[in-house]
Design a protein around this ligand. Structure first.
Ligand code: HAM
Length: 440
């Protein structure tokens, strides 16, 4: 029996275990871009006074069916749902909004002014994998609770824009904006839409035909070409908005225009989740093919109440980290050389005594805050250690040879200027600092 519980014939070759379809590993250049997106997001969120919340990656399945909607693709086809050992139905989170709302209600979080929170982490959807679409993907998202104003929607959109600007990819995106109305005015639109859909049902795919009665708005989100073409002639929701929704939409557009945030009205943008009212928006790109939304969200005023909480208005968005990474790569093709393993590289003569000394010195540099690398293999010549140091992208190479050691000195080579100096060991941190090597 092998460790994995499989019985094995002696001498049989092991089959290679590969990553699960639709998942990704991040390392080297990709990991550096991932970290760049994360830190740009954290910086933008800090600027807007948004606080982090971390929720579990699995929840009771009913949290998602009741919030995202039974008729949506996410709930009807894409959830990773399983029974735990006691038979409870649990699901890996397909998105972050419902878990944040669950947290807010469960912890009875008091909302006096606007509560602004963000999250960041993996989400799971069992969709057909393709470029920009994964089964485990990563989102950052923000949620504002307590503000019914158009200004809250405008600020949420501004956060998204500021993040894209910080990453230098704003010009690769366009902001699409729509209002999907509210419980007061949407029924009138649904009726109009249903009569249109019934009249044109022969042109629609099976999924859309099945949704005409149950959830006609979802039809407009269908990505099949024939359906999308038919929907170009569907009634526009803007013609049936009530006065309050119309005013909200107009105020939002004024605020965005005042802030210099360009947008395009997208009459048939409905989004793939059921909880939205009034504002929906997407930052989309033409550079990534079919999976074009990089940051998307909207207002969901009824959700907190429908999950058993107080009647609290809410608005927010989520962004897809994998898609943003692809956009960043278009700006500057990634290369592994940009990613250094450490700022300082220690090179020592291959004697047990000097290797011990190099180990001690490297630990000292690390405790002083310098990111440092020590080759951990014995028997390496100076030449091959130097070659590795050169390739590593380090800013400085510290050389510990027999001659230096006898004098209590080290040599330091500045890798950008090529200059080399010998200094007493205790002066090393100060010299690195003057060379511009950062401490963390
Ligand atoms: P969503 O549109 O389902 O909205 O997802 C938001 C973003 O996550 C998408 O625009 C895309 O960038 C990324 N994304 C979604 N699915 C995948 C996938 N399979 N692979 C890679 N990236 C993906 C939501 O999730 C809402 N919770 C947003 C929200 C927050 N609305 C209000 N607050």
């Amino acid at each position: 029996m092998g460790k994995d519980g499989q019985s094995r014939r002696p001498g049989a070759t092991l089959s290679l275990i590969q990553k699960v379809r639709g998942t990704r590993d991040f390392f080297g250049a990709d990991e550096a871009l991932f970290a760049r997106v994360e830190s740009a997001a954290l910086a933008a969120f800090r600027r807007y006074g948004i606080r982090q919340v971390r929720t579990p990656i699995f929840e009771e399945t009913s949290l998602f069916t009741r919030s995202i909607g039974e008729e949506t693709d996410i709930v009807s086809k894409e959830m990773y749902t399983f029974a735990d050992r006691k038979g409870r139905s649990l699901s890996l989170r397909p998105e972050g909004t419902a878990p944040v709302v669950r947290f807010l209600i469960e912890e009875k979080i008091q909302i006096t002014d606007t509560l602004k929170v963000f999250y960041l982490g993996p989400m799971f959807r069992y969709d057909r994998p393709q470029a920009g679409r994964y089964r485990q993907f990563h989102q950052f998202g923000i949620e504002y609770f307590g503000a019914a104003s158009a200004a809250a929607d405008a600020e949420v959109i501004a956060v998204g824009r500021s993040l894209l600007a910080k990453l230098g990819i704003e010009s690769r995106t366009r902001l699409l904006l729509n209002s999907v109305g509210c419980p007061a005015c949407r029924p009138a639109y649904m009726e109009k839409l249903q009569s249109f859909l019934r009249a044109r049902s022969a042109e629609l795919c099976e999924d859309c035909r099945g949704r005409i009665d149950a959830n006609p708005l979802r039809c407009l989100d269908c990505k099949r070409e024939a359906c999308a073409k038919t929907y170009e002639e569907s009634p526009k929701i803007s013609s049936t908005l009530c006065d309050a929704c119309r005013r909200h939409d107009e105020t939002l557009k004024e605020l965005l225009a005042d802030a210099g945030i360009a947008f395009a009205a997208a009459d048939r943008l409905v989004r793939g989740l059921d909880y939205y009212v009034r504002t929906v928006f997407e930052f989309v790109t033409s550079d990534l093919g079919a999976q074009d939304a990089v940051i998307a969200g909207g207002r969901y005023d009824g959700l907190v109440k429908s999950l058993g909480g107080p009647d609290v208005p809410a608005t927010g968005f989520a962004g897809g980290i994998e898609r943003l990474i692809e956009l960043l790569k278009l700006n500057a093709p990634a290369s592994d050389a940009q990613v250094s393993a450490g700022d300082v590289y220690l090179v020592s003569a291959d004697s047990p005594e000097l290797r011990r000394k190099a180990f001690r010195l490297t630990e000292r540099l690390r405790s002083e805050g310098f990111s440092s690398v020590l080759p951990l293999l014995d028997g390496k010549s100076f030449k091959s250690q130097f070659r590795a140091a050169d390739k590593s992208g380090a800013r400085a190479v510290v050389i510990l040879g027999e001659a230096e050691s006898e004098k209590g000195c080290v040599s330091v080579k500045n890798m950008s200027s090529g200059e080399q100096v010998e200094i007493a060991e205790p002066d090393l941190p100060r010299l690195l600092e003057t060379m511009g090597v950062p401490r963390s």
